[in-house]
Ligand binder design. Structure first.
Ligand SMILES: Cc1cc2nc3c(=O)[nH]c(=O)nc-3n(C[C@H](O)[C@H](O)[C@H](O)COP(=O)(O)OP(=O)(O)OC[C@H]3O[C@@H](n4cnc5c(N)ncnc54)[C@H](O)[C@@H]3O)c2cc1C
Length: 472
C-alpha cells in the first residue's frame, strides 16, 4: 500500500512539474499552519496545479491510490479547514497558480474566474470594466475565490448583495474521482433539476474541488455615505436598520455593530485610529449606504435617517464621513478589531447568527452565560445587519492568554453556541466548521440535517478522500 502511494505521489509530481510542487521546508511552512495558528499540519506533498486538467488527473490518481486531498486557497480561514494533518496520506492542493480571469462579460454582467484568483484582484478586474463585484472582507488581499465559495463567505456587503453563494451563476468542479462538472454556462435561469453548484459552496472542500466560477457583477456604486453612530442600545440599532432601509429604498449596504469594549481594544492597540466622537458610548453602528444611480442625494437620505433616529432617541451621536480618507478611517475602526484582539493576546472567537430581531435578546442573555463560567473581556461586534455577531471572549487583563484558552475555550464556546442554538440561530454564521467546530456540528445540528449531509458525502465521495477530518 505504501509503495502504491509513493508511486502515486511520484506521478502527481510529474503532472504538476517542478514549479507545481513545494519541496523547500521554508516555503512549506506557510501552507502547513492555519491563519489563527491553532493547527500545525503535515502533508505527504504540497502540489500547485496550473489547470483544471491537472487537478482532474491528480484527483484521479489520489482516488485510485487512496490519497486524500486537502484544498487550500488563501489559507485565511478561521476554522483550520485548509490544514492537512497526515504526512503519509494527505496531499495539500493549493490554487495559487490557477489565477486567470477567463472572461468578463460586460453585457451579461458576469465574470469567469479561476479558483485561485485573489478576491481583491477579482474586484479590480470588475472595476476595469466599470462593474462591481461586491464580495468584500478584511482578508480580501489574500483569500481566493475558491476559498470564498467553499466557505460561502459573508463579509461587509451581505445585507445588499448576499453571501458568496448568491453571487455565483456557475461552477466548474472536479469530483473526487477526477470527473469534471462543467457548470460554467453562467445562465441566470436553468430549471433542469437539482442546482448542483449549491452543493459545493459552503462544503469546505469535502465534496470536490472548485476550479472556476461564473460570478455575478453589478453596476458600480457612484455614491457612498458612511456614518459612525452611537446608538442607545441594541434595540435602537435594529430599529435604525429597519428605518434606514425603508427611507433609503434599500440602499443600506453595510450595518456593523461595535461594542464599547471592541472600540477600546482598537484605540489601545492599533496605530493611526481615533475616536470619531467626542464622548464614549456603549453601542456603536457603522452604517454605509451606497447607490449606483444618484438618488437625489444619498447624503440627504443618510441625514434624514439620522435625524429620525435622533428624534426617536435611537441615535445618540454620530459623524458622517466627509471624504474618502474619513470613510476609510471609520472602516478601519471596524476592520481592525481582529488585529487589536490579536495584539491583546488572542480571543476565543465566535461567529453566531440569530434573526436580526432577536439580536437584542442574544446580547442581553449571553453575558450571564459567560459569567457563569469565568471572568472574560467581552469584545462584541459584527454584521448585525445580517443577524451575525462575533461574540469574542478575551482573558481578563493580567491573565495568561494560553492558559485561559486551554482552560476555558471549549466550555465558553459551548455556552455561546448553545445560546444561539436555543434561539434557533447558527453557531457558525460565516466562518464554517472545519476542524475547530466539528464537535459542535454533531452537538447542535439537527440529526435529520446531519443524516442528509452524510448521505451526500457518501454519494459524492464514497472513499472519503476529500478533506478528511473536516466538517465530520
Ligand atoms: C482579517 C480577516 C477578516 C475576515 N473577514 C471575514 C468576513 O468578513 N467574512 C467571512 O466570511 N470570512 C472572513 N474571514 C475568513 C476567511 O477570510 C474566509 O473564510 C475566506 O472565504 C477563506 O478563503 P481562503 O481562500 O483563505 O480559503 P482557505 O482558508 O484556504 O480555505 C477555506 C476552506 O475552503 C476550502 N477550499 C479552498 N479553496 C478551495 C477550492 N478551490 N475548492 C474546494 N475547496 C476549497 C479549504 O479546503 C477550506 O475548507 C476573515 C479572515 C481574516 C484573516
Amino acid at each position: 500500500m505504501a509503495g502504491l502511494r509513493a508511486a502515486a505521489l511520484e506521478r502527481i509530481r510529474e503532472i504538476a512539474g517542478p514549479s507545481g510542487v513545494v519541496d523547500d521546508p521554508g516555503q512549506q511552512a506557510a501552507y502547513l499552519v492555519d491563519e489563527r495558528r491553532l493547527y500545525q499540519g503535515e502533508a505527504a506533498l504540497i502540489v500547485r496545479p496550473a489547470s483544471t486538467d491537472e487537478v482532474s488527473r491528480i484527483l484521479t490518481i489520489c482516488h485510485e491510490a487512496g490519497l486524500a486531498v486537502v484544498p487550500q486557497g488563501g489559507n485565511t480561514g478561521y476554522c483550520g479547514a485548509a490544514t492537512p494533518d497526515d504526512p503519509d496520506r494527505q496531499v495539500l492542493m493549493s490554487f495559487a497558480r490557477m489565477n486567470r480571469i477567463r472572461d468578463v462579460d460586460p453585457v451579461g454582467f458576469t465574470m469567469t474566474v479561476e479558483a485561485g484568483v485573489v478576491l481583491a484582484r477579482a474586484q479590480a478586474a470588475a472595476a476595469e470594466h466599470e462593474l462591481f463585484f461586491p464580495l468584500s472582507m478584511g482578508s480580501e488581499g489574500s483569500c481566493q475565490i475558491g476559498g470564498n465559495l467553499s466557505t460561502n463567505a459573508g463579509g461587509l456587503a451581505v445585507l445588499k448583495y448576499g453571501t458568496a453563494r448568491e453571487l455565483v451563476l456557475g461552477l466548474e468542479v472536479v469530483l473526487p474521482d477526477g470527473q469534471v462538472l462543467h457548470g460554467l454556462k453562467g445562465l441566470r435561469k436553468d430549471n433542469t433539476g437539482y442546482d448542483l453548484k449549491q452543493l459545493f459552496m459552503g462544503a469546505e472542500g469535502t465534496l470536490g474541488v472548485i476550479t472556476a466560477a461564473v460570478l455575478k457583477l453589478y453596476p458600480q456604486p457612484t455614491e457612498r455615505q458612511t456614518a459612525w453612530l452611537a446608538v442607545a442600545d441594541a434595540d435602537a440599532a435594529c430599529r435604525l436598520l429597519g428605518a434606514a432601509r425603508r427611507i433609503s429604498g434599500d440602499c443600506v449596504t453595510s450595518f456593523e455593530y461595535v461594542s464599547r469594549a471592541s472600540l477600546a481594544l482598537v484605540l489601545a492597540h492599533v496605530e493611526g485610529v481615533s475616536n470619531p466622537l467626542d464622548q464614549t458610548y456603549d453601542h456603536y453602528v457603522l452604517m454605509e449606504m451606497s447607490a449606483a444611480v444618484a438618488q437625489g442625494s444619498l447624503r440627504e437620505v443618510m441625514e434624514q435617517a439620522l435625524e429620525r433616529g435622533m428624534d426617536s432617541g435611537d441615535v445618540l451621536d454620530g459623524a458622517i464621513a466627509e471624504s474618502g480618507p474619513q470613510r476609510a478611517g471609520l472602516w478601519k475602526l471596524r476592520e481592525s478589531i481582529p488585529e487589536a484582539e490579536k495584539k491583546y493576546g488572542g480571543a476565543v472567537k465566535h461567529d453566531v447568527s440569530v434573526l436580526i430581531s432577536r439580536i437584542p435578546e442574544y446580547l442581553a442573555a449571553a453575558p450571564a452565560r459567560v459569567a457563569a463560567l469565568t471572568d472574560c473581556y467581552l469584545s462584541v461586534y459584527g454584521h448585525i445587519g445580517d443577524g451575525n455577531l462575533h461574540y469574542n471572549l478575551l482573558p481578563p487583563a493580567g491573565s495568561d492568554p494560553d492558559s485561559f484558552r486551554k482552560q476555558w475555550a471549549a466550555r465558553l464556546s459551548q455556552a455561546v453556541h448553545g445560546l444561539a442554538a436555543e434561539m434557533d440561530g447558527s453557531f457558525s454564521a460565516e466562518h464554517g466548521v472545519g476542524k475547530l467546530k466539528k464537535g459542535e456540528l454533531q452537538r447542535l445540528k439537527n440529526p435529520v440535517d446531519l443524516a442528509v449531509m452524510r448521505a451526500l458525502k457518501q454519494a459524492l465521495d464514497p472513499r472519503g478522500i476529500m478533506n478528511p477530518g473536516k466538517l465530520f
